[in-house]
Design a binder for this molecule. Structure first.
Ligand code: ADP
Ligand code: MG
Length: 257
């Protein structure tokens, strides 16, 4: 993206479910190439914000811009084609397929059928060549996450932590520029947790942008250079980990949890 243009800008985002206002005028920006943390007490509206940004929910109000273009209300596959994705839990149908099949199906699932070529550049038409390129990309991604030894295992047989690696690998198969991670370390053992964080830092060094929701404050403070705090559907504070840690309003918001 052109320098100075934030890849993600959320303006006055509102999402209501009947009488419940889950997001209530949230505004923030995520800088290009950053690993930014999004925190807030349970029910603050973090997951709903992710779902509004990535098209899973249609916002009730406000706007979302990605790389300067408005994407408000677009469908998830349209937003994924722009290079913005979130991770998803492996659905039941996919747990009966192998890890390799899960990766090979990811672009089709997230980008829509006609966009597979987007991740297999240089190939025109030939279905066999396309599949070969997709398979190569899938193997590279499996190796990157060190789960290539599980390629032929059913996804449903993976441990909780291995499944989290697979979820992130699937998101990367769409060749995104920015990935939204909603509690990617939940239920992950310390060894895999470190591996996942290392991979996130590797990808960030390659230019990917991440917005990370994570309950463990220490993980956020140690890994994110910038932190956005949500409370009751809007942004309460923003800053570095140290600034956030010492912010009276933030401390108060968490005390009420
Ligand atoms: P967080 O991820 O920060 O814990 P959520 O975005 O999941 O918060 O939820 C924010 C609020 O919106 C909560 O009060 C939650 O109960 C409500 N909410 C979330 N999704 C729905 C839904 N689909 N229908 C009704 N209420 C919802
Ligand atoms: Mg949540």
């Amino acid at each position: 993206s052109p320098s100075g243009t934030p890849p993600l800008r959320v303006e006055g985002l509102v999402k209501r479910f009947g009488g419940v206002t889950a997001v209530d005028g949230a505004s923030f920006e995520v800088e290009s190439g950053s690993l930014t943390g999004l925190i807030g007490p349970n029910g603050a509206g973090k997951s709903t914000t992710f779902n509004c940004i990535t098209g899973v929910h249609e916002p009730t109000g406000g706007s979302v811009y990605f790389e300067g273009e408005e994407i408000t209300g677009l469908k998830p596959h349209q937003i994924a084609r722009e290079g913005l994705v979130r991770t998803f839990q492996i659905a039941r149908e996919l747990s009966e397929m192998t890890v390799l099949e899960n990766l090979m199906l990811a672009p089709q699932g997230q980008l829509g059928e006609s966009a597979i070529r987007a991740v297999t550049p240089g190939l025109r038409g030939a279905v066999v060549e396309e599949e070969t390129a997709l398979r190569e990309r899938a193997w590279e991604t499996l190796e990157f996450f060190e789960i290539d030894h599980l390629a032929h295992e059913h996804a449903g047989n993976l441990s909780g932590g291995q499944r989290k690696l697979l979820e992130m690998a699937r998101a990367l198969m769409t060749d995104p520029e920015m990935v939204l991670l909603d509690e990617p370390l939940a239920g992950v053992n310390p060894t895999l947790e470190e591996k996942l964080l290392d991979r996130i830092h590797d990808l960030r060094a390659d230019g990917y942008t991440f917005l990370l929701v994570e309950h463990d404050m220490d993980i956020i403070m140690e890994n994110c250079e910038r932190v956005i705090v949500m409370h009751q559907g809007s942004v309460l504070a923003e800053g570095t980990g140290d600034e956030i840690r010492n912010d009276e309003r933030v401390i108060e918001a968490y005390l009420g949890e």
